[in-house]
Ligand binder design. Sequence first.
Ligand SMILES: C[S@@+](CC[C@H](N)C(=O)[O-])C[C@H]1O[C@@H](n2cnc3c(N)ncnc32)[C@H](O)[C@@H]1O
Length: 490
Amino acid sequence: MMYALPEKTLMQLSEFISSNLALHFPKERWDDLERNIISASKEFGYKDAEIFIQHIISSPLTKEHVEILASNLTINETYFWREPQTFDALEQKIIPELIQQRQNGERRLRIWSAGCSTGEEPYSIAIALKRLIPNIKNWNISILATDISPRILHKAKIGIYGQWSFRNTPEWLKQNYFVQKPNNKFEIIPEIKSMVKFEYLNLAEDIYPLSLNDTNAMDIIYCRNVLMYFTQDRFRQVAHSLFNSLVMGGYLIVSASELSLQNFSEFTPVNIPDMVLYQKTSKNIKDWFKFSIMESEPKPFFIKTAPKPEPSKLAIEIFNAEENNKKIAPINEKTLRTVSQENCTNVTDKLQKDTQTLDEQILLIRNFANEGKFLEAIELCKKVIASEKLEPGLHYLYATILQEDNKLDEAVESLKRSIYLDPNFVLAHYSLGKIYQRLGNIKNTNKCNENVLTILNKCSQDEILFESEGLTAGRLKEIISASNQKRVLS
Ligand SMILES: C[S@@+](CC[C@H](N)C(=O)[O-])C[C@H]1O[C@@H](n2cnc3c(N)ncnc32)[C@H](O)[C@@H]1O
């Protein structure tokens, strides 16, 4: 194969991006690498791609530049109803199953399109739901769409597409869900647009599941054509975190080229015509414990973030006790927070039988929320707040659960209470701003964002924020800056 760039340069570049961006470009994919780096160099304002490569290899890059680079190297290639068999699976199996389960209980569905690019994937999901659920207004539906590239997210939010986004797309989709605009462009109808919430999130770097970024208790996660670019370690780490973001019984959908027994060993593969789904089932929980306990988390790659917790003593204790059919010792309070992040159903069962301290009750509330049991979480939270009215963290926790249950007005009241009790509670201001943004209240959104930045500017970069489950002040600043950014930096 002939390349426009010298092979030595491509070799240096692939080694650099493997160790710095955790992206994997073996020699067989150097043609992709070359094409993408040439396009990235133009975006960064360089005429000569080789000079650009030498520049990124030799000088430290800012976080924003690294993320722009990562998004360029992984291409934003996407279109509506891509890999139609995944939408057939959604329409014929997953959604009917969920509707049946929830028809008489909580009518709630939580879906995440991770690595959503310009929005064709999450809007296709929204269209599938609209087609399938006749009384959709009676359902509480949340479709979260995230990507690493602010520029791409900006395009997705606008929701106007050219013909290229409809290649291989059934004709009915464009006819029923788009309006024609000048220059042969098509705009998604407001009803579908309003179903999707776009947010900035770096899958390789950020913490999830987390209530703060709404990545917990997912019924379905689409993560297609993203993982294939990651190195093996990063792939497994992301697959593990996605597993934790699902409720029991939830499904992960990846593209056909990303299927892997080894990387998705925690999931149960479900074979359906023309594709394989990955399901989180209780029979995998033991394997998951083994995985959590034995595997050390790979280190985040390009910036310093809060460390992810090690598997707690309690997780190990429960795993060993289950293995040996022994009684589990009383819970050590110090381990409670760590266990919460591990989404441990066994801990929930144990706590439900024997919950005494405030920390235990808070853990139980979090676990209910992570497992998608919002009514139980809300009830217990109300009960605990009744006896602990002056705890700002409790009002904040209550607000995050109310938001997940789409009760935005009540969440606003609760956040105001937590800010009243602790005016420097940065995540309460941040969450309040996010709700105002969803409600279209620009003035209040800006006010909250100002408060957040004022408080963050007083914190050190590495300070772990109160009630954040590990988010640092520095990372929150970066997230805010990326979320506000519309265009690529020159
Ligand atoms: C090929 S597109 C896939 C779009 C869609 N999922 C599909 O299959 O049609 C890959 C997307 O992943 C995004 N991406 C790459 N690295 C990422 C990361 N670390 N975190 C989040 N998104 C990432 C890119 O910006 C790009 O939009």
